[in-house]
Design a binder for this molecule. Structure first.
Ligand SMILES: [Ca+2]
Ligand SMILES: [Ca+2]
Ligand SMILES: [Ca+2]
Ligand SMILES: [Ca+2]
Length: 339
């Protein structure tokens, strides 16, 4: 079998040739049209881009306003299998698969006169797309915040140290487990008491991403508590209509005078309502004294048994309070309920 010559062997490459042959046959007829083809300006593209050709036709005589188009991809980089989406379209596309120059030729033909233009050529210069570097996530942890309520604390997470090597614009996704809690570089979120893992994923426009994780720890100030200082076991008769003294002990780390006595409560409950009030000013029944004889002053508050009776008390009694600065303190002691 003979080779088909130098023209590319794809069947659709032959259609423009047939058009040209047809035009030559018809061009014997008298025609006034003078058709010019314009294959558009040369272009630059990256491998894998979709290149759109910009074909046009004009009739210098003004007689023709509608045209046929015949595109020819007559030279491509060695090994390329790129092909045109539609060789008869005015603006066909192709996807270059190798770097190098792609030469395309356009013939334009008048629809009424069948007069064919000279060919016009466009070159599409194709290079490898620049390599994209992934962004780098920075969630700036670990975060440690004191609790301001039994629910925890509002914590500000700052991921603005994240960056992209090409300075691409980034999208942000903060998550606890699978739950998204924010999409800004800096977010504020309420965290519970204890340690919570958070992650930050940053993504660039090429869908390259990076994830960093850190922990958010919301702390409470742990204090030593002595229910009924001086007695053990700590027997409580909830029907007694009396008061129960509770001491919050001062340590090297914590000065019990920082506690607001009005806020003493059972763990998890509202910070009010347990301490006995007295006098016209309804002052809390509380004072500083050294209940354990170690030389520093401890806070002693007197809680209403009637108020305590509103709750179901366990053998281990956990109490809490707020400091005057608004931070949560918590401690526990055992009790023995007696009838
Ligand atoms: Ca990038
Ligand atoms: Ca005791
Ligand atoms: Ca002490
Ligand atoms: Ca003491």
């Amino acid at each position: 079998m003979k080779k088909r010559g130098s023209v590319r062997g794809k069947w659709h490459s032959w259609w423009p040739v047939l058009g040209v042959v047809a035009a030559l046959l018809v061009s014997a007829a008298p025609a006034h049209a003078e058709i010019i083809a314009d294959a558009g300006p040369d272009q630059h593209a990256y491998v894998g881009d979709t290149v759109q050709l910009d074909g046009a036709g004009v009739d210098l005589s003004g007689a023709e306003t509608h045209f046929f188009y015949y595109w020819f991809m007559y030279a491509v980089p060695s090994g390329s299998s790129a092909s045109l989406s539609n060789i008869f379209a005015q603006n066909p596309t192709f996807v270059p698969d190798l770097p190098g120059d792609y030469f395309l030729t356009l013939y334009t033909q008048g629809r009424r006169s069948w007069v064919l233009s000279h060919p016009d050529t466009v070159v599409v210069h194709v290079t490898q797309a620049p390599v994209n570097e992934p962004p780098v996530a920075d969630c700036n942890g670990p975060y440690i915040e004191p609790a301001t309520s039994w629910a925890g604390a509002l914590v500000t997470l700052d991921g603005s140290g994240s960056y992209d090597p090409e300075d691409d614009p980034l999208t942000y996704s903060w998550k606890i487990g699978a739950d998204e809690i924010g999409t800004e570089p800096v977010v504020e979120y309420p965290f519970p008491i204890g340690e919570t893992e958070v992650s930050l994923t940053v993504t660039d426009p090429s869908e390259e991403s990076d994830t960093a994780t850190t922990s958010v720890t919301v702390t409470v100030i742990h204090v030593a508590i002595d229910i009924k200082p001086g007695s053990d076991p700590n027997s409580i008769n909830l029907a007694s209509h009396g008061v129960i003294p509770v001491a919050f002990l001062t340590t090297v780390q914590f000065d019990a005078s920082e506690i607001d006595p009005l806020t003493v409560t059972l763990k998890g409950e509202d910070f009010s309502g347990l301490v006995r009030l007295r006098g016209k000013k309804q002052a809390p029944m509380a004072g500083m004294e050294d209940v354990d004889g170690d030389g520093d002053l401890d806070l002693v508050v007197h809680l209403e048994t009637e108020n305590l009776a509103l709750y179901e008390l366990d053998e281990v009694c956990e109490l809490g309070a707020l400091t005057y600065g608004g931070l949560v303190v918590s401690g526990m002691d055992t009790i023995r309920l007696v009838p």
